[in-house]
Design a protein around this ligand. Structure first.
Ligand SMILES: Nc1nc2c(c(=O)[nH]1)N[C@H]1C(S)=C(S)[C@@H](COP(=O)(O)O)O[C@H]1N2
Ligand SMILES: [Mo]
Length: 435
C-alpha cells in the first residue's frame, strides 16, 4: 500500500479566486505559490499549535446567517468554478460554446449551472405556457401537446452523458489547449426526466413500419433539425425531456423541452423541441450535411456519425495543475461510451507502456459518465498520465496513432483518442500528445 499522506496539488490558476483578466491570473498564480508556502509552513506549525485550531473563528462564536432562502448558490469561495469560453476558439456571440470545468467536479453528475452550452444561434428563455410540441408526418392523427399535457403523462428519469461531437476537436490539430476544461469540457451528465418519445408517437398512431426515421426540430432561430433512426426511439431510450437534475431544464439547455438521445452526439439532443416528423428516409438537413460530418482519408465525408464512441479523460492531475510534493496522489477521471456501460479503465503513468486497472466508482450506468480512480506515488520524475477505457462491447479507446490510421488528418469531430497529461520534474502538468 502506498503511504496515504496525500501530496499537495495546485489547481489551474483560473480555478483560484483571483481578479479576472490576465494580470489577475498572474497575481492569482503568485498568491497561490505564496499560499503553497504558507501551507508548507503550516505543517511545521502544527506541532507548535495551528492558529486555525487555537483561535476560534467568528463562525464558531457569532450568530450565523438566519436562512439562505430562495434559490441556493455555491460558496463564495467556489466562485471560480465556472463554465468558460476556450482560449483556442474564435466565437461569435450567438454561435458559441462554453465548457464545463471537469477538473473541479466530483462523482458523475454535472450541476445544472455548470452544464456546458452549445448554441448555434443563441439561447432563449421560452415561455412554457406558449410552448407547443407537434407530432406529424407518417402518423394517423397529428398531435399538438402543451407542456401541461406532456407533464401529466407517466415520466421516467435516467442518468446520461451528453457530449458535443466537436468535443476534443482542437486536439486533432494538436493545438493542446491548456486544461481538461477545454480539451473535454463539451461533456456533461445529468439525470433527465421526461416522456419516452415512443409513447407520444404511439398516441399519434405513428406508422412504425414505413416510418423508419424521425426528424426533430428546435424552436430557436437555428431551427436545429436532426434525423433520429426509429430503431433508437422504439427501444424507449429517447426522451422528450423537461427535467434536469430534479428541476426543470435550464434555459441554456433547452427549457422547457429537449430531446434526450442517449449515447448520441449532442447535436441530436434538440433543444426547445417543437416538432418531430415521422418519415421513411433520413432527412439530410443542413445540420447533418454540413455540421458534424467527418472528412475521411479517401476524401469522402462520413455522414450521420452519431454514436459517441468509448472515451475517457483524467481530470486530476490534469493540464494547468501542479504537483507540489512527491508522494501519494489519487488519479481520477471520467469514462463513458455511447454504446453502453464502461467495462474497465486502465491508467498509465509512463505514456502507455504499462497499464494498471483503475477502480470504477459505482454506479456504473449505461451511456452515462463513470468515475474512475487509481492510486499513484509520484517519485518526482517526469511522467505521462493517460487513461484508456473499454466498454461492454469490448471496444478499446484508441491512441492517436490508431485513431489517425482510420480517420486520417482531416477530421474536426468525433475525437475519442487517449488524452495524455505530461508531468514535468517541477510538478507542472501540461497537455501533451503522444502516440
Ligand atoms: N435547438 C437547438 N438545439 C440544439 C442546439 C442548438 O443550437 N439549438 N445545439 C446542439 C448541439 S451542437 C449540442 S452539442 C447540444 C448542446 O446542449 P447543451 O447546450 O445543453 O450543452 O445541443 C444541441 N441542440
Ligand atoms: Mo454540438
Amino acid at each position: 500500500m502506498p503511504p496515504m499522506i496525500p501530496g499537495r496539488l495546485r489547481k489551474a490558476p483560473e480555478n483560484f479566486l483571483a481578479p479576472q483578466g490576465r494580470r489577475g491570473f498572474l497575481r492569482g498564480a503568485l498568491a497561490a505559490a505564496a499560499s503553497g508556502m504558507a501551507v508548507a509552513g503550516a505543517r511545521a506549525q502544527v506541532a507548535d499549535g495551528d492558529p486555525n485550531i487555537l483561535n476560534l473563528p467568528t463562525h464558531s462564536t457569532g450568530l450565523g446567517q438566519p436562512l439562505a432562502e430562495g434559490y441556493g448558490k455555491p460558496s463564495q469561495f467556489e466562485g471560480n468554478v465556472q463554465r468558460r469560453r476556450s482560449p483556442g476558439l474564435t466565437q461569435t456571440t450567438q454561435a458559441s460554446v462554453s465548457f464545463a470545468p471537469l477538473q473541479s467536479m466530483f462523482g458523475i453528475v454535472t450541476p445544472s449551472g455548470l452544464h456546458f452550452e452549445r448554441h448555434h444561434q443563441g439561447w432563449w428563455d421560452v415561455d412554457p405556457s406558449k410552448h407547443r410540441f407537434m407530432i406529424n408526418g407518417l402518423v394517423k392523427s397529428p398531435k399538438v401537446f402543451t407542456m401541461d399535457e406532456l407533464m401529466r403523462l407517466p415520466a421516467v428519469s435516467r442518468f446520461h452523458f451528453i457530449e458535443c461531437g466537436a468535443n476534443t476537436g482542437m486536439e486533432w490539430g494538436n493545438v493542446a489547449v491548456p486544461t481538461c476544461q477545454y480539451t473535454h469540457g463539451m461533456l456533461s451528465c445529468s439525470e433527465f426526466t421526461g416522456v419516452p418519445l415512443v409513447t407520444l408517437l404511439e398516441m399519434a398512431g405513428a406508422d412504425f413500419s414505413k416510418g423508419q426515421f424521425v426528424l426533430a426540430e428546435g424552436a430557436d432561430g437555428s431551427s436545429m433539425t436532426r434525423t433520429i433512426p426509429m430503431s433508437m426511439i422504439r427501444s424507449g431510450e429517447v426522451l422528450v425531456a423537461y427535467g434536469q437534475n430534479g428541476e426543470m431544464l435550464r434555459p441554456e439547455n433547452g427549457y422547457p423541452l429537449r430531446l434526450v438521445v442517449p449515447g448520441v452526439q449532442g447535436v441530436s439532443w434538440v433543444k426547445y423541441l417543437r416538432r418531430v416528423e415521422v418519415g421513411d428516409q433520413p432527412y439530410a438537413t443542413k445540420d447533418e450535411t454540413v455540421h458534424y460530418v467527418d472528412l475521411m482519408p479517401d476524401g469522402m465525408h462520413r455522414q450521420y456519425t452519431s454514436i459517441q464512441e468509448c472515451k475517457s479523460v483524467v481530470t486530476t492531475p490534469s493540464g494547468g495543475q501542479m504537483l507540489l510534493d512527491r508522494g501519494f496522489y489519487s488519479i481520477t477521471g471520467l469514462a463513458w461510451s455511447g454504446r453502453g456501460k464502461v467495462r474497465r479503465v486502465d491508467v498509465s503513468v509512463d505514456g502507455g507502456r504499462n497499464w494498471r486497472a483503475a477502480k470504477l466508482e459505482t454506479p456504473v450506468l449505461s451511456k452515462c459518465l463513470t468515475r474512475f480512480s487509481c492510486d499513484w506515488v509520484w517519485d518526482g520524475q517526469p511522467a505521462i498520465i493517460q487513461s484508456r477505457a473499454v466498454d461492454e462491447t469490448g471496444y478499446v479507446q484508441p491512441n492517436y496513432r490508431q485513431l489517425r490510421a482510420v480517420r486520417g488528418k482531416g477530421s474536426i469531430y468525433h475525437n475519442n483518442a487517449i488524452q495524455s497529461w505530461g508531468v514535468e520534474a517541477n510538478g507542472e502538468v501540461k497537455n501533451v500528445q503522444v502516440g
